[in-house]
Write a new protein. Structure first.
Length: 87
């Protein structure tokens, strides 16, 4: 997605969810969210969804699951995981 491997998106989402109130994040998480922020910079309705510090430190990982990974059901998650493991 946007040139980012799915494993890195899952990793960044997990880190951001578990440490959402930290002052900063590790390099991979910061880079994933930066790349996604850049991918949506022209979308005025979604342009700040991946900004880790704006409007405040909040959980942003839900945007990854819903918008990037398209995981709205457990079945969608399982299908992606099976595809990755069996590939």
């Amino acid at each position: 997605m946007h040139g980012i491997p799915i494993g890195l998106i899952v990793y960044a989402g997990r880190i951001q969810f578990n440490h959402w109130d930290d002052e900063s994040f590790d390099y991979p998480t910061t880079q994933v969210f930066s790349a996604l922020l850049h991918a949506y910079c022209e979308n005025t309705l979604f342009d700040m969804a991946y900004e880790l510090q704006y409007p405040a430190r909040t959980i942003k990982a839900n945007h990854l699951m819903l918008n990037e990974l398209k995981w709205r059901t457990y079945g969608q998650y399982i299908a992606d995981m099976r595809a990755l493991i069996c590939a």
